[in-house]
Write a protein that binds this ligand. Structure first.
Ligand SMILES: Cc1cc2nc3c(=O)[nH]c(=O)nc-3n(C[C@H](O)[C@H](O)[C@H](O)COP(=O)(O)OP(=O)(O)OC[C@H]3O[C@@H](n4cnc5c(N)ncnc54)[C@H](O)[C@@H]3O)c2cc1C
Ligand SMILES: *[C@@H]1O[C@H](CO)[C@@H](O)[C@H](O)[C@H]1NC(C)=O
Length: 449
């Protein structure tokens, strides 16, 4: 059945991917509304976010890259050190190598600042489409549209739902229940909690370490523990990752006492030359966090008129810093396919919509799998939890080739083949060693004359 209502997208969740979606749909002039469960989209929680070259291209297309420079920093030097005495074991060239290969250097920023930047830079009429205190509870799908019900009883109609509601996605659960024609309660356990938690992470921020270089990252690992200091321009980001004795699917809420116990246990670990975890812990300012880290990947990204993006379908270990970047790639790939469909047919049937979602799922499948595997490898290599990883890390031999392998063999191709927004121009592209595969449609025509 053809739908004759104007096409409208209902987005669940105004996190990082929801905000990028707002920018893209606003530029595409596709009608949308975003439902966010909290009072404000301006979450102050979180720590460092890595920004990869493919993301810089999207920010450029959205007209945001120049303004974003005020919150972005370059992290180019990376050391792996000994956790016992801080001696440098390896200078990891992967970050500067990726920067040279792809033109844009690897950047980072503070998550709350990126959230605020993405929100503040939205046009007023797009901001007005973000509805807060709207926690999505239920979705019904009919032949010509969707209806989303929030826990305040409000209902929201549209043509499709995009689930950008993060790691504990309600939209994912609702989709799985609809597909299985069952209720949420009756879903099998592995669908109710599809991600596994093997590590927990403590994070915080300290003033800049004057004796460590700017834009320098230090990593170390010891018996299942890995630590990280990234020394920025205005602050240093601290991360301590501890392997759990038993992997679980149930998240734990950690307390201040748990943080103290962590530093009592691991306070002697050297995180950067001259700085133990205990020293660093004493310097912290503002909010700190202690959270479980989910990892996992969902294969089925859609059902009928509902589709999932971001952490709702994939959760990555943060060491490689890929979560946000892969979430952006999801929404770009999806928006490209949607816009192509709407160019031809403004009132697509459920069947046409499913074709677009299938295309999106297929396009993203391989890269998503590769990036999940890579993200799992890094913390395990650093922390030596098993003999195999231990040998690789300890004897160093495959380590340097591994960096090259990762940069050229997995990471490189993934960056190069990331989609751009087909219908928005790219105003500039820094010279790079390895050629990009995708360009905006208008610029492909220019090149081929
Ligand atoms: C508090 C927090 C801190 C984080 N800190 C970091 C960090 O420091 N570094 C890092 O690399 N990654 C961090 N992440 C993860 C990072 O944001 C994601 O990996 C990535 O950017 C993908 O974003 P997303 O939009 O898919 O999910 P998220 O950014 O998690 O956004 C999901 C949004 O959906 C909302 N939501 C959830 N359920 C519902 C519902 N039922 N109805 C309506 N809205 C709902 C949430 O409130 C949230 O705003 C953090 C995530 C969160 C939630
Ligand atoms: C879904 O389940 C209900 C009963 O729970 C049943 O009546 C209905 O036929 C089922 N629909 C499909 C498509 O299987």
């Amino acid at each position: 059945m053809e739908s004759h209502k104007p096409f409208r997208v209902v987005i669940a969740g105004c996190g990082l991917v929801g905000l990028i979606a707002a920018h893209i749909f606003s530029k595409a002039k596709i009608d949308f509304v975003i439902l966010e469960r909290y009072e404000s989209p301006l979450s102050t929680r979180g720590t460092i976010l890595a920004i990869w070259p493919q993301t810089c291209r999207i920010l450029n297309q959205l007209g945001l890259l120049e303004a974003a420079q005020s919150i972005l920093e370059v992290v180019e030097t990376s050391y792996v050190i000994s956790p016992e005495n801080g001696k440098i074991r390896m200078k990891d060239k992967i970050l500067s190598m990726l920067g040279q290969n792809h033109g844009y250097k690897i950047k980072c920023c503070h998550r709350p600042e990126m959230i605020k930047f993405l929100y503040d830079s939205l046009p007023e009429d797009a901001k007005a489409r973000i509805l807060t205190k709207k926690c999505v509870k239920d979705i019904s799908v009919s032949d010509d549209g969707v209806e989303v019900v929030c826990d305040d009883g409000s209902t929201h109609q549209g043509s499709i739902v995009i689930g950008a509601d993060g790691v504990r996605s309600r939209v994912r659960l609702l989709t799985q229940a609809l597909r299985a024609n069952t209720t949420l309660e009756k879903l099998p356990e592995d669908q109710k909690a599809p991600y596994t938690i093997s590590y927990r992470m403590y994070f915080g921020v300290t003033p800049v370490f004057k004796d460590l270089g700017t834009g320098v990252r230090y990593d170390t690992g010891h018996n299942g523990l890995t630590t990280q200091i990234i020394n920025g321009k205005n602050r240093a980001w601290i991360g301590v990752y501890e392997k759990l004795d038993h992997p679980t699917t149930k998240a734990t809420r950690y307390t201040e006492a748990d943080k103290k116990a962590l530093v009592e246990k691991w306070g002697h670990i050297v995180m950067a030359p001259g700085w133990t975890f205990r020293d660093v812990y004493a310097l912290q300012e503002g909010e700190t966090g202690f959270i479980d880290l989910e990892e996992g990947l969902i294969d089925q990204r859609y059902h009928k008129r509902i589709v999932l993006v971001g952490d709702a379908i994939r959760k990555l270990d943060p060491h490689a810093g890929l979560g946000f970047n892969n979430g952006i790639t999801d929404i770009v790939a999806l928006a490209n396919s949607l816009r192509r469909m709407l160019d031809e047919n403004k009132s697509p049937s459920t069947q046409s919509i499913e074709k677009v979602f299938e295309e999106y799922q297929t396009t993203r499948a391989k890269d998503t799998k590769d990036m999940s595997e890579l993200s799992m490898l890094l913390p395990r290599l650093l922390a030596w939890p098993t003999w195999k990883y231990k040998v690789v890390a300890r004897y160093g031999l495959p380590y340097l080739p591994l960096t090259t392998y990762v940069a050229k063999g997995i990471m490189g191709p993934s960056i190069l083949s990331a989609p751009v927004i087909e219908w928005l121009d790219e105003s500039s592209l820094p010279p790079s060693k390895t050629p990009w595969k995708n360009f905006p449609t208008s610029q492909i025509k220019e090149v081929s004359g």
